[in-house]
Design a protein around this ligand. Structure first.
Ligand code: CO
Length: 258
C-alpha cells in the first residue's frame, strides 16, 4: 500500500527532515579526529529531544542508538560505540531519524574527517551526485526504475559497486513504507510515481565490489573487500513538475565549511 500525502502532511514531513538536516549539521560540527561515534550519538539525541522530537531509530526493531554511524568499510547501520574513535582520513556516514507530529524524518550524509585521500573524496562526490541524479527523476509519471537506473548508471561509470541488499523506501507516519526504492534497475520499470508520494532515496556505493557482509552485531553492514563505502539519503516528495526535496544538505554544508 502506497500512501499519498496531502500538502499538510508533506509540510510535517518537511519539518521532520529539516530537523534531521539540522541534527546532521550539529553532528558535522563535532566530527574531528579523536571523537567517538558514541559521543556523536549523544549530541544528536540531545539535539533532537531539545527540538521537541524523538529519535526515530532508537528502539526501532531493537536498534540501540539514535544514529547509525558507519565508518570507512562500514556501509550503513553502524552502531555508535565508545570504542570507535574517528581519525584523520576516515569517512563517516551519519544516518539520522526523527519522529514528531505523527511523521518521520530520515536522511543521511557522509562526512570526511579532516583531509581524505583523493580517491575517497571522489567516492563521496560521485555518491552524492548519484543521489542528485536519482532525485531528478522523482516526478509524477516516472517510475521507481527511472530513479534506480539514474543512480546505478552514474555510479557504475566510475567502476564503483552499487549495493543491492538494501534500498530506499517510502516515508510517512512510518519510517519504512512502500514502495522500495532500489539503487539499481531499469528505466520505465517498477511502481508509477504519483503526486504526493514521499520517498527516501539512499544510494550506498562501494569503492570496490558491490558485495557486502552483515556483521555479527546484527546491524552493521560492511563491504566484503573492506574498501570504503559512501551513503547519502534524501527524503523527497514527488510533485507533478519534479522533486520537492524535504532534506536540506545546504544546512550541513554551511556548518562544516572551514
Ligand atoms: Co532510510
Amino acid at each position: 500500500m502506497i500512501y499519498l500525502k496531502t500538502n499538510e502532511e508533506i509540510e510535517l514531513l518537511r519539518e521532520n527532515n529539516l530537523l534531521v538536516s539540522e541534527t546532521l549539521a550539529e553532528v558535522g560540527r563535532h566530527i574531528r579526529p579523536g571523537v567517538t561515534t558514541k559521543e556523536l550519538d549523544r549530541i544528536a539525541e540531545d539535539f533532537i529531544r531539545s527540538h521537541g522530537a524523538v529519535p526515530a531509530f532508537l528502539g526501532y526493531q531493537g536498534y540501540p542508538a539514535s544514529l547509525c554511524i558507519s565508518v570507512n568499510e562500514h556501509v550503513v547501520h553502524g552502531i555508535p560505540s565508545d570504542k570507535i574513535v574517528l581519525k584523520e582520513g576516515d569517512i563517516v556516514s551519519v544516518d539520522c531519524g526523527t519522529f514528531m507530529k505523527g511523521f518521520v524524518g530520515d536522511s543521511a550524509y557522509t562526512f570526511a574527517v579532516g583531509e581524505v585521500a583523493a580517491e575517497v573524496q571522489q567516492l563521496m562526490e560521485v555518491t552524492k551526485e548519484a543521489l542528485y541524479r536519482g532525485t531528478a527523476q522523482a516526478k509524477a509519471g516516472n517510475r521507481v526504475g527511472d530513479i534506480s537506473a539514474a543512480v546505478q548508471e552514474y555510479a557504475e561509470k566510475f567502476g564503483y559497486g552499487v549495493v543491492r541488499e538494501l534500498e530506499g523506501h517510502g516515508l510517512g507516519r512510518k519510517m519504512h513504507e512502500a514502495p522500495g526504492v532500489p539503487n539499481y534497475g531499469a528505466k520505465g520499470r517498477g511502481p508509477l510515481l504519483k503526486e504526493g508520494m514521499v520517498i527516501c532515496i539512499e544510494p550506498m556505493i562501494n569503492m570496490g565490489t558491490r558485495a557486502v557482509v552483515f556483521e555479527e552485531d546484527g546491524w552493521t553492514v560492511r563491504t566484503r573487500d573492506r574498501k570504503p563505502a559512501a551513503h547519502y539519503e534524501f527524503a523527497v516528495a514527488v510533485r507533478k513538475n519534479g522533486p520537492d526535496v524535504l532534506t536540506d544538505f545546504s544546512i550541513i554544508e554551511q556548518a562544516i565549511k572551514h
